[in-house]
Design a protein around this ligand. Structure first.
Ligand code: ZN
Length: 317
């Protein structure tokens, strides 16, 4: 299957409710190929990537990015999923092979593998100025509930997030997707109640996706009689933004002592991107160059500091 998904946005004709639906099967399949996760982590990562894609699509600014970091107490460790407004999604899990037996309902225990205790961090980076960081405690580690809770506690827009990933017995992926349902400013309480009632009786999203339901089918199920328009359909893909130069900068910024040790070892430096598995190797000569650059940077920073200390403060006129 192609590394591709679709994000579809619907808006009710009165303009008071919107539904973003993401079909992410191809993306989650691609991510599984890169990370080789256990079945339960496949479900967790699939839900995380889908949630990030949905929330990334709500960023108004081009060039912005959104990061979801689930720091839970479960054996999978921290899971990080990133999306941008252009539809690029990527993610990684600290221990992708962590696995647990099915939960009491016989389902993959996503809440257990992520952890029911911990925190969800949401970072909105608009590409300029300081990124906006919000964090809330995890509710269940099941991802969808945690994102819904984040909106309830930290955002102005009442939002429900539902996510579903269906994994076959052999570990292959049947389907993945999810939605964000949002009430927009000015919505009446009656609309909120109507939608709440419909969402409550909705079959599980993973079942709907496994049945091959389309974005329109989901919009029918969520909105019922409410007239709405399909506003936008855009492509999603798993794409990492790593680059040789970016990792070079991060190696250079480790401690000067570590950098010196690395140069002395003559082994060069190797970095494996945790989002996509790409391997970057920097030969010993390049490590020498990094050490020289870093030494020079530190020297000139010290010189600037000294200059500031010795220059008397300007007097008020
Ligand atoms: Zn990468």
């Amino acid at each position: 299957m192609e590394n591709k998904g679709t994000l579809t946005t619907f808006l009710t004709k009165d303009g008071f409710a919107r539904l973003l639906f993401a079909e992410t099967t191809g993306i989650v399949q691609y991510a599984s190929g890169r990370h080789r996760p256990s079945k339960t982590v496949t479900a967790a990562l699939g839900r995380g990537l889908t949630a990030a894609a949905l929330m990334g699509a709500t960023l108004k600014d081009e060039g912005g990015s959104l990061t979801l970091r689930f720091r839970g107490s479960g054996p999978a460790g921290t899971m990080t999923c990133v999306a941008d407004s252009a539809g690029n999604v990527r993610g990684c899990v600290e221990n992708p092979t962590a696995e647990l037996p099915p939960n009491a309902q016989g389902k993959l225990d996503v809440g257990g593998v992520i952890g029911r205790e911990g925190e969800l961090f949401v970072v909105r980076d608009y590409g300029f100025g300081e990124p906006y960081v919000g964090n809330v405690p995890l509710v269940s580690g099941e991802i969808g509930e945690d994102v819904t809770n984040y909106y309830a506690l930290s955002e102005q827009t009442p939002t429900v997030c539902a996510l579903g990933v269906r994994v076959n017995r052999d570990g292959s992926l049947r389907g993945a997707g999810g939605f964000l349902l949002q009430l927009l400013p000015g919505a009446e309480d009656s609309l909120a109640e109507y939608l709440e009632g419909r969402v409550k009786v909705l079959p599980s999203l993973s079942a709907l996706i496994a049945e091959g339901k389309t974005a329109e089918d989901i919009a029918d199920l969520v909105f019922g009689e409410l007239p709405r328009d399909k506003m936008e359909e855009k492509e999603l893909r798993y794409r990492c933004n790593c680059a040789r130069e970016k990792y070079r900068r991060s190696i250079k910024s480790i401690g000067i002592r570590e950098l010196r040790d690395m140069a002395q070892s003559r082994e060069g430096a190797e970095v494996v991107c945790r989002f996509c598995g790409e391997v970057y190797f920097y030969p010993p000569e390049e490590v020498d160059a990094m050490l020289a650059e870093r030494t020079e940077e530190l020297r000139s920073a010290a010189a600037r500091r000294k200059e500031r200390e010795t220059t008397p403060p300007e007097e008020n006129p």
